[in-house]
Write a protein that binds this ligand. Structure first.
Ligand code: FAD
Length: 295
């Protein structure tokens, strides 16, 4: 099923993101994680794509196929432009088709170190147009509630987002954020621009201070004072920081759901403990929205 159709059936779409095991590790190392995530009944699971540039070395399509065939969950395979040309893309799309993976999150990828962006695909929009021609895939794209780090400003970023939707993106997943007001402000601007596809809020429960410092340097997310206080207070108490990070994420999610967001995408970092805790505590909030929709 295409991901955008899930939004027609459900009041709230709830999904997880995982990353494939290292190239040197067997795929089986992720079975336990997937089993635990399956028990939480997500609407779909997305699988990240390393910018390795070789389909052999990249386990995204293999893992996406496994999510569907072994665990019965709809997969969303990430795919990036980095180090790619048309021949390479054609090969990957064919592989995904053969593996019955129907949904792709089309991304440019991060430009780091020796990464190359070819003339064929120098931004996500070009990749979306290309996949759209290769009929049959549901296409998703990334969006940035606080603007992409390379953009001049949020308005320019929303112009690009409009182009991605016009090129064929039918569903958007946001970059993680810690301040819900940034997300609400973004949704208002997106609506004014006439972008109507469903947007899922990307939430990452932060469980250690170094992790958040890395994230902020990579994507420039605003960290509210309330959250800074938590990070400073429990910096040296691993368990307390983990639990406070999960509680902060739950607070964000309850507020987002109560305000009417269409979906939550949880960056699980392959840690089912976090997803389980969230589900245990606010599963009823998530289910309540879908019960209302069914009446
Ligand atoms: P684009 O939409 O191409 O935008 C990149 C920049 O170029 C933006 O500043 C944009 O405003 C600008 N731009 C684009 N097109 C134009 C244009 N026509 N004119 C002017 N400016 C333009 N990375 C990975 O490597 N693997 C993953 O699996 C992965 N998963 C992700 C999942 C999500 C939900 C998100 C939010 C990000 C993910 N990323 C992943 C990171 C992503 O690749 C980076 O954020 C990257 O820097 C931008 O990707 P994009 O698809 O948004 O790029």
């Amino acid at each position: 099923m295409h991901i955008n159709n899930l939004f027609k059936e459900k009041g709230l779409v709830f999904s997880f993101e995982i990353f494939p095991p290292k190239v040197t590790s067997p795929i089986e190392t992720i079975y336990d994680t997937l089993e635990e995530l399956r028990d939480l009944e997500p609407d779909y699971i997305s699988v990240t794509y390393g910018a390795g540039g070789s389909s052999k070395g990249n386990k995204t399509s293999e893992l996406s196929s496994l999510v569907k065939s072994k665990y019965g969950i709809e997969p969303l395979a990430h795919l990036t432009c980095i180090n790619s040309n048309k021949d390479f893309m054609e090969m990957i799309l064919q592989e995904l088709k053969e593996k019955k993976v129907e949904n792709i999150l089309a991304l440019r990828g991060d430009v780091l170190g020796k990464t190359k962006i070819s003339g064929d695909f120098n931004n996500a929009c070009k990749l979306i147009e290309y996949i759209k021609k290769n009929k049959g895939f549901g296409i998703s794209a990334a969006c940035y509630p606080e603007g992409h780090i390379e953009s001049k400003n949020l308005q320019q970023d929303i112009e690009v987002l409009k182009m991605k939707v016009e090129a064929g993106a039918e569903h958007l997943i946001s970059q993680l954020f810690f301040d819900n007001n940034c997300f609400y402000n973004f949704l208002d601007k997106v609506e004014q621009k006439g972008i109507k596809v469903p947007i899922q809020a990307g939430i990452m429960p932060v469980t250690n201070k170094r992790q958040i410092e890395r994230i902020v340097s990579l994507c420039g997310s605003n960290v509210p004072l309330k959250f800074i206080k938590i990070l400073e207070k429990y910096e040296y108490d691993k368990e307390a920081l983990r639990d406070a990070g999960i509680a902060y994420a739950m607070d964000q999610i309850v507020d987002l759901i109560s305000t009417g967001v269409r979906g939550i995408h949880l960056y699980t970092m392959n840690n089912p403990y976090i997803a389980k805790k969230i589900n245990e505590n606010i599963g009823s909030v998530i289910n309540s929205i879908n019960k209302k929709q069914a009446v």
